[in-house]
Design a protein around this ligand. Structure first.
Ligand code: SF4
Length: 183
């Protein structure tokens, strides 16, 4: 039997919807685990790379210093890096803040927003352990080289399956047009 390919996944500035879509490949997960082994991933809760990987799937773009650090770590440890979903490809919903200065975003979130009730002491979180927010939300391709992109918010499970299958086996997949989504 051929050696299993090693896959790692992560969620940066995303909502985990793309990871839900990975799980939506349903019973094909059983086929998948016959041909791959997951390394660092929220799917198996392995927190650190324990070896070099063949494929890295990235959900979400980069909105803070931690996202950039993790993304660079994935680039170093994965031979093929795939942007999974619109947030990873072009920033997605979190990038809606890009037209607003960061200071204004923080003040709205913690000080002035109509939903801010409990922050009576008007504290903006500033623990040194917290990742530093970037001036805007960046697509992954602005930070590292991305080899492939799977569009959609989230991408259709059939498209994820077909892409993974092709990358793992080297065989072309016949992907129906209907499974491509660009929103
Ligand atoms: Fe969530 Fe959509 Fe972004 Fe995926 S692309 S992380 S589903 S908002």
């Amino acid at each position: 039997m051929a050696e299993k390919k090693i896959i790692a996944t992560t969620s940066l500035a995303g909502c985990f919807g793309c990871h839900m879509s990975i799980l939506d490949i349903d019973e094909r997960l059983l086929d998948l685990i016959e041909i791959v082994e997951f390394n660092k991933s929220p799917i198996n809760d392995i927190k650190k790379f324990t070896r070099k990987c063949d494929i890295g799937l990235i959900e979400g773009g980069c909105c803070n210093s931690e996202n950039v650090h993790v993304l660079k770590l994935f680039r170093e440890n994965c031979r093929i890096l795939v942007a999974l979903g619109e947030c990873a490809i072009m920033g997605g919903l979190p990038a809606m803040r890009n037209g607003i200065p960061l200071k204004e975003c923080i003040e709205e979130a913690y000080l002035n927003g109509i939903t801010v009730h409990s922050n009576t002491q008007k504290i903006v979180p500033n623990d040194p352990e917290l990742p530093i927010l970037l001036d805007r939300v960046y697509p992954c391709s602005d930070i590292v080289k991305i080899d492939y992109s799977i569009p959609g918010c989230p991408p259709h499970a059939d498209l994820i399956w077909a892409t993974l299958y092709s990358l793992i086996t080297g065989k072309e997949s016949d992907i129906p047009y209907e499974v491509f989504k660009y929103d």
